[in-house]
Design a protein around this ligand. Structure first.
Ligand SMILES: Cc1cc2nc3c(=O)[nH]c(=O)nc-3n(C[C@H](O)[C@H](O)[C@H](O)COP(=O)(O)O)c2cc1C
Length: 176
């Protein structure tokens, strides 16, 4: 798919057909995640990926508000490695170091969602996470902190491009 077309086509998809995703497809999506720009190339991200539908559906029941959970064939918890976060904080200060690490996670999420769209799949980003419940449910060790979740599946509907604020409302060109 043409890149500009892909940018317009990608939407947050919350309805899946129920079809499965293969491990090969999952790996391609994860591989797109690690290609994202990241702070100092320290790659603060760590990924906990699952194709276990019951585990995913149970997560909604126990810990999260993902109403479309029963149909999700592939889910990734994007975590931060606490040691890398500390290293960034030592280098850039407490707040900025942490922000940089979260930006790593956001970049990876975006790459994976774009890759999924390029493969004809659809994904959605879940921001609000109960960190402790998420850690417990997906057996994530204490030195990794959940930062974002993405759900991926075969889209039930083809959603059109979503309206955005016009460029002249959000962009200021500076200088000549
Ligand atoms: C940080 C962040 C958190 C988000 N959290 C949620 C969420 O919890 N549930 C949800 O359905 N969508 C969530 N989204 C998806 C947004 O709602 C979606 O990207 C936005 O409405 C624009 O729609 P589009 O992605 O289809 O263009 C989140 C997106 C981001 C970037």
């Amino acid at each position: 798919m043409q890149f500009t077309e892909l940018l317009k086509k990608r939407r947050c998809i919350r309805s899946y057909t129920g079809e499965g995703i293969t491990k090969e497809q999952a790996v391609k999506i994860l591989d797109a995640g690690i290609r994202a720009p990241n702070s100092c190339n320290y790659q603060a991200w760590r990924f906990y990926a699952t194709l276990d539908r019951k585990l995913i559906a149970d997560y909604h029941q126990k810990a999260a508000n993902i109403p479309w959970a029963s149909d999700i064939p592939f889910l990734v918890v994007i975590c931060l490695d606490n040691e890398v976060v500390e290293r960034l904080q030592k280098q850039f200060g407490e707040e900025r170091g942490k922000l940089f690490a979260y930006q790593d996670a956001a970049g990876a999420a975006n790459h994976m969602l774009l890759k999924a769209a390029d493969m004809g799949l659809g994904g959605c980003w879940i921001g609000p996470i109960d960190v402790e419940k998420c850690r417990e449910h997906f057996s994530i060790p204490a030195h990794h902190t959940p930062a974002a979740i993405i759900t991926i599946g075969v889209p039930k509907y083809d959603k059109g491009a979503r309206e955005r604020r016009p460029l002249d409302e959000v962009v200021t060109f500076i200088g000549e």
